[in-house]
Design a protein around this ligand. Structure first.
Ligand SMILES: C[S@@+](CC[C@H](N)C(=O)[O-])C[C@H]1O[C@@H](n2cnc3c(N)ncnc32)[C@H](O)[C@@H]1O
Length: 266
C-alpha cells in the first residue's frame, strides 16, 4: 500500500514543482541555497547523491558545477518531473523513486558526497536514511544535511495546538513586527500535518513533518559512523532582506541548520 507520506507528496507535486521552478521560493534563494552551497564547496569531479531531491533543482545545480549526480526521492510524481526536465535538457543526472531508508539500487562506498536539502525532517525513518547515507559514502566522504532547525520548527502542531512560532503584532503602518520566538514543547517527539498554503503556491497541499531533537539527529549520525565536522545556523543574504523584509527576523533566530558529517567508519 502506498504510504501516506508518499501519497501526500505525490498529490502536492504539481504545486511544488511550480513553486520551485517559478523562482518564488525566496528562502531557498536568499538563505538556504547559499548556505548549502557554502558548506558543500567545490564538487568538480565528485560523485554526489541528492537525498530527497524533489523535482531535481539541486541535482541540476551540482551537475552543472561539475559533479556526477544521482537524485532519489520518495515521490514518483516529483521524480517524473525531474526526469522530464532531464529529457528536455539532458545533463546526465540519474534519478530513482525510492525511500531514502532503502537505497539498495546504490552500491556501498561509491559516493564522495551525499546531501539532503530540506528533507530529513520530512523523512519518517530518518535513522534508516542516515544509515543509507553512510553506507553509500566512501570513507572520508561527507554527508551534508540542510534542514529546518529542529529547535525552531514553524507551524508544529501537537495535541491539536501550535507549540512553537513567532509572537507578532501589527505596527501602526500595517507591517508585522516579529517580537520573539516562543516554544512550548521541544523534547516530545511527534509527527504532524504541515499545510503548504501561501500566495506563492498555485494550490495548497499537506505533507507530514516529524519533530525530533538536535540530540536525535547528531546521535543517529554518530551511531552510523558520521562525525560532525561542520555546522552552520545560516543568516539570510542582505539582498534577500532588502527584497523580503520579513527575513530580517532570521538575523535573531535561525530558520535552518546545516550539518556536515564525515564518514570515519561503519
Ligand atoms: C521540502 S521537499 C524538498 C525537496 C528538494 N530537496 C527541494 O529542495 O526541492 C521534501 C522532499 O522529501 C521527500 N521525502 C519525504 N519522505 C521521503 C523518504 N522517506 N525518502 C525520500 N524522500 C522523501 C519528499 O518527497 C520531498 O520531495
Amino acid at each position: 500500500m502506498e504510504s501516506d507520506d508518499k501519497k501526500r507528496w505525490n498529490e502536492g507535486a504539481e504545486s511544488w514543482v511550480e513553486f520551485v521552478r517559478s523562482g518564488k521560493n525566496y528562502y531557498s534563494e536568499y538563505l538556504n541555497g547559499p548556505a548549502l552551497k557554502r558548506m558543500i564547496g567545490d564538487v568538480e569531479g565528485k560523485k554526489v547523491l541528492d537525498m530527497g531531491c524533489g523535482e531535481g533543482y539541486f541535482s541540476r545545480f551540482f551537475t552543472k558545477a561539475g559533479a556526477e549526480v544521482t537524485g532519489i526521492d520518495l515521490s514518483e510524481a516529483l521524480i517524473k518531473a525531474a526526469v522530464e526536465e532531464e529529457e528536455r535538457d539532458p545533463l546526465g543526472v540519474k534519478y530513482f523513486a525510492a525511500d531514502a531508508a532503502n537505497l539498495n539500487m546504490l552500491e556501498s562506498e561509491s559516493f564522495d558526497l551525499t546531501f539532503c536539502y530540506m528533507a530529513l525532517m520530512d523523512i519518517r525513518n530518518y535513522e534508516g536514511a542516515i544509515s543509507e547515507a553512510s553506507r553509500v559514502l566512501k570513507t572520508g566522504g561527507k554527508f551534508v544535511v540542510l534542514m529546518e532547525h529542529p529547535c525552531f520548527t514553524m507551524f508544529r502542531v501537537l495535541d491539536g495546538k501550535v507549540v512553537s512560532g513567532w509572537e507578532t503584532r501589527l505596527r501602526e503602518d500595517g507591517s508585522k513586527e516579529y517580537i520573539y520566538y516562543w516554544i512550548a514543547d521541544y523534547l516530545r517527539r511527534h509527527s504532524y500535518t504541515f499545510e503548504w498554503k501561501h500566495d506563492r503556491l498555485p494550490s495548497s497541499f499537506v505533507t507530514t513533518g516529524f519533530h525530533r531533537t538536535l540530540f536525535d539527529y547528531v546521535n543517529a549520525l554518530t551511531k552510523h559512523g558520521l562525525v560532525v565536522t561542520g555546522l552552520d545556523e545560516p543568516q539570510p543574504l542582505e539582498e534577500g532582506v532588502r527584497v523580503h523584509a520579513s527575513m530580517k527576523k532570521h538575523y535573531r533566530v535561525p530558520q535552518s541548520m546545516v550539518i556536515e558529517a564525515t564518514k570515519i567508519t561503519r
